[in-house]
Design a protein around this ligand. Sequence first.
Ligand code: DOR
Length: 458
Amino acid sequence: MIRAAIGYVEMKPNTILIKGPRIIDPGSGLDQVGDILVQDGNILAAGLVGDGVPDDCRVIDAGNLVACPGFIDIHCHLREPGFEYKETIATGARAAARGGFTSICCMPNTEPPIDNAAVVKFIQERSREDAVVRVFPIGCVSRGRRGKELSEMEELAAAGVVAYSDDGDPVYDPNLMRLALAYSADLGLAISNHCQDYSLFRDGVMAEGRVATHLGLAGIPAAAEEAMMARDISLAGLTGGRLHLTHLSTAGSVPLIRQARERGIRVTAEVCPHHLTITDEWVMGPGGMESGAAGLSSYDTFTKVYPPLRSQADVDALVQGLADGVIDCIATDHAPHDLSCKLDTYQDAAFGISVLETALGSALQLVHQGLMSLPEIVDRLTAGPARVLGATFDSLATLKPGTPADIVLFDPDLEWVVDTEQFASMGKNTPLQGTTLKGRVMATLVAGRLVYQDGQNA
Ligand code: DOR
C-alpha cells in the first residue's frame, strides 16, 4: 500500500535533511522540488540548501512526496478534562499527528469548561506532558458556557487562550455577543461563534430537505445558520470586534461573508472536510438514495453532525467559497464520541464526526476533482488558519529559515482504505469507514521531532 516509503539513516538527529520533496510553502510563496534542512528543531533552509549540509546528518528520503508546513486545526474537541472516555489530549494529539496537524486548538466544551485560567493551565501542562503536537486552548465566551454573563476574558487571554467560543452551543444572547465582540477588539482575539438559531433548529437532527422527509427525521433549515451569521456580522460591524464563523454548511452563508468583507467588517470563516465532500444523502449510507438501503429507510448515525450534512448545491457553493478565499480555512471540528452515544436512534445519537485522521484525504478530493489546486488546499490548512488566529501562528505556518520545523510530508496520490481500528483517536465515529481516500500523510515533524511516520506514532 505504501507507494513512497520514507527511509532514513539514524546518525545526527540534531540535523535532518529532507531530500527531494515538492516543497509547498504558501507562507513564503515557495513551490519547488528541493531539500529542507532542519537543525536543532528549526528550519535552516528550504528549497536550495547549498553546501552547508553536514555529511553525517539524518536523511529522510522524500522523493515523490509533498512537504509543507504542518497543518493547523483551529477547531477540534479533545474532551479532556471531563470526557476522557471519548478522547484525551494524548490520543487527540496522536490523531492530529497522523492527520498531518502540528498545531491544534481545542474547544472549551469540556467539564469543567475552559472558562478560567486554572483550566487553561491544566490543558497546557497536560499537553506539555502528553501531546505529540502543539495544543492551544480556546476559552469560553460565557461563564460556564451558560450564555448568561461573559467569562473573565482578560484573565483567559493572559493565561494564553488563542480565541473565545462557546462552541457546541451558540452565543445566543445578542447583547452578550455584542459585549464579547467589543472586548475582542481590545484583546485582539477572535470570537468564534457556532451559529445556530435554536428557535429555527428546534429538535432537528439533519438537514431539512428531501432525505429528511424520506426518512421521517426532523430537519434543520439553512436559515438556522444564516440568521445568526447575519446577526453576528451586524454586531461585528457595530463593535469593530474580530468575528470568526465556525463550520459553514450552507450556500447562503458564503455571500453573507463576502458582502461583510466588502463592507470592511472583520470577519473570517472556516469549513469542515465533511461539508466540502459529502451530502445529506450519506445519512442513508455511502450510496445515499441510490443504494439499496434507500427503500428500507435505514440511516447511519455516524453522519449525524452539527451543522448537518447538506445538499450538493451547498457543497458546491462551499467549495467555491473556499477556492475564492471567502472562506479562509479548513477546520476539522473533530468531535470524537464513544460508540454508545452513536449506537442509538438518529434522533438520540450524539452530534459529531471524528475527522483529524481523514481530513487531508477528504480535502484532496477537491484537488483530484480539479476544483482547487494543491497549493490552494495547502494554504487553507496552513497559512489560512494562521491568518484567522493572528501573529502567534505566523511562524508555525511557514518553512522560512529560523521558524520551528513543523513539517508534514504526504503522498497526494496514495490510495488507502479508512479503517477506524487504525485510528489513534478514541473516536471511531466516521461515516468514511471502509471508503477509499486518495492522499495520505507519510510523516509529521514537530520542532524537528518525528512524531508520526508510516502508520506509527512516536
Ligand atoms: O457535531 C458537533 N459536535 N458539532 C458541534 O458543534 C459540537 C461537537 C461536539 O462537541 O460533539
